[in-house]
Write a protein that binds this ligand. Structure first.
Ligand SMILES: *Cc1c(COP(=O)(O)O)cnc(C)c1O
Length: 471
């Protein structure tokens, strides 16, 4: 769903379900089922067993789902590119969810990985990633970060500004290295969910305007240590349909064509942003259709200009990990609030909130939820799932129908939390960040340990350590 303010009554898209226990196919991992007792199971592991083993709140990542999505996405872009006689590379956008295990899964499936800070780079390298299969982007990479990336032998760096261009050139000269670089451009197309906006200049912090790009590319080509390999563009996130990508590709290919006068350009990187389903009414475009639509648009623009089709690169994050993750919470309290129009809203408070999922508070993101420890025949009630933080905007699921008898001790699962939840998590109200557990074939294992109160206290310089150095 598009970003919407928290609804005062029932949002128009929300449909009262016949069965408030049903798991909508597009929103849950393929492995999500209910066992014979009605308990939710993911990757063959029961939600109740996960609570017992790891506590709540708990991020649960379905390894097979991540792998399958990575493989399917790569196959889709490769097939679409191959239909026009070129190759495609797919970078997993690490910022969606980054841990060494996930880097290994996606690289194992043939993807490259995109990072945008030295922290993300460190995680990728700690996973044993081949640096040649890493890309580095971002609008304010420090001298230190660029040095680290160049020294590590990173595959490519996306130059975002004039200052960075000269900064990187000096570093490369000092390190006596040669670095493949792309140039980030603003196509003037900004896409969000179902619509896109096309302007002459996009009013945002990333990249070069289409007008300034030729001078920047000419400068890169002048410098011995920098090897210009192509343009880079990323138009937004959670995008449905191909229209925004096609419009953007048309604009960027025009620039790409003009730049060919100065030399070959092997790659065109069109970024990520492919949308996923967060609620049962979301209907994301299948990745194969997106890939073919974008590749066809690039091919058509190249044809018109009589230029060779470049190899393509893409950077999906959310579409790889988003639907593979669920968050498990335990219900602590409930209360009914009488609204206007004979309407009652059931507030369901869980043991997490905006510290483990900032997206609803940050931009009104919509989610769905289901009872995970049991099913219920109780009448579906209009519910709002809220967290434990001291903010009324601390909402996990703004509007959902849950069985009306939801009660303290019940487990609640929120699907489609694999992307931008763990990576945006905070310690607000000094709540320790939950662990991340990977499930596969009936077993669960911790891939990121949860924080403890001692972890939090250990950073407070005013807390006296005991003889063992523990806070
Ligand atoms: C965030 C980002 C992505 C990934 O976006 P998703 O919506 O997760 O696919 C890709 N490329 C760049 C440059 C980004 O900033």
């Amino acid at each position: 769903m598009s970003a919407a303010p928290h609804s005062s009554t029932v949002p128009s898209w929300l449909v009262r379900p016949d069965d408030a226990n049903a798991l909508a196919e597009a929103v849950w991992p393929v492995s999500a089922v209910r066992d014979e007792h009605g308990v939710l199971e993911v990757g063959g592991v029961a939600a109740t067993a996960l609570r017992e083993g790891f506590g709540t709140p708990l991020y649960v990542l379905d390894e097979d789902e991540v792998r399958a999505r990575a493989a399917r996405t790569l196959a889709a872009f490769r097939a679409a590119a191959a239909s026009h006689g070129v190759a495609a590379r797919v970078y997993y956008a690490g910022k969606a969810f980054l841990a060494t295990e996930v880097v290994r899964w996606v690289m194992d499936e043939g993807l490259a990985v995109d990072v945008c800070t030295s922290g993300e780079l460190a995680v990728a390298l700690a996973a044993g990633a081949d640096p040649a299969r890493l890309g580095f982007h971002g609008n304010n990479k420090s001298v230190r970060e660029l040095e680290q990336a160049v020294s590590a032998g990173i595959g490519s760096i996306v130059i975002d500004s004039w200052i960075e261009l000269e900064r990187l050139s000096a570093i490369v000269e000092r390190l006596d290295a040669t670095q493949a670089v792309l140039l980030r451009v603003n196509s003037g197309v900004h896409a969000e969910t179902h619509d896109f906006l096309a302007t002459a200049h996009e009013d945002q912090k990333f990249g070069f305007t289409l007008e300034d790009a030729p001078a920047a590319v000419a400068r890169i080509r002048e410098l011995d240590g920098l090897d210009f390999v192509g343009l880079h563009c990323h138009i937004g996130s959670q995008i449905f349909g191909t229209a925004g990508f096609r419009e953007s590709a048309a604009r960027v290919v025009e620039l790409h064509a003009d730049l060919l006068a100065g030399g070959e350009i092997p790659v065109l990187n069109l970024g990520g942003g492919f949308g996923i389903a967060y609620t049962s009414v979301d209907d994301p475009t299948p990745i194969e259709e997106l890939a073919q639509g974008i590749a066809d648009a690039v091919a058509q623009e190249c044809d018109v200009r009589g230029i060779p089709m470049p190899n393509l690169a893409f950077e999906p994050g959310r579409a790889i990990v988003g639907p593979a993750g669920i968050t498990l919470y335990e219900v602590g309290t409930t209360k009914s609030v009488h609204l206007d129009h004979d309407l009652t809203r059931l507030y369901v408070s869980v043991d997490g909130g905006m510290s483990d999922n900032a997206r609803p508070a940050l931009y009104g993101a919509q989610y769905s939820a289901r009872l995970a420890s049991r099913t219920s025949d109780a009448e579906p009630a209009l519910a709002r799932v809220v967290g434990l933080h001291c903010e009324s905007g601390d909402i996990v699921v703004d509007a959902e129908y849950l069985p009306g008898d939801v009660a303290p001790g019940d487990l609640l699962a929120v699907p489609a939390t694999g992307a931008y939840c763990f990576s945006l998590a905070s310690n607000y109200n000094w709540v320790p960040r939950p662990p991340v557990v990977a499930v596969r074939g009936g077993t669960a294992r911790v891939i990121v340990r949860g924080e403890t109160i001692s972890d939090l206290l250990s950073r407070d310089a005013g807390v006296e350590a005991d003889s063992e150095g523990n806070a």
